[in-house]
Design a protein around this ligand. Sequence first.
Ligand code: AMP
Length: 104
Amino acid sequence: MSIFTKIINREIPAEIIYEQDNIIVIKDIFPKAKTHLLIIPKKEIPTINDLEQEDRELLAEMFFVAKKVAKDLWIDEWYKLNFNVWEKAGQEVMHIHLHLLSNI
Ligand code: AMP
């Protein structure tokens, strides 16, 4: 079970910014910008390389959640979104997550 699944299951604490049936948004514990959020699907998909066709809508939904949260937090003037894929690119948690970073 990934650390993010434990957060989703409320087994370990996190600052939850937003939640819906299939996605959760938390504050990154080691922020690399003034605002650093993680948009996490509740389905435990290890890396972007493991995406299946059936995940298309979920992945698209993650971007809509990013847009909504950025607007709600008034940081939609500029922000960065990124996925790290595998350790060499900096992926530490093997449960896909979209980083949302802004310094507004
Ligand atoms: P990545 O390096 O792309 O796998 O991103 C994982 C991110 O999760 C890192 O930026 C970590 O700081 C963050 N992180 C790890 N554990 C936690 C946690 N318990 N709560 C919130 N963020 C976490």
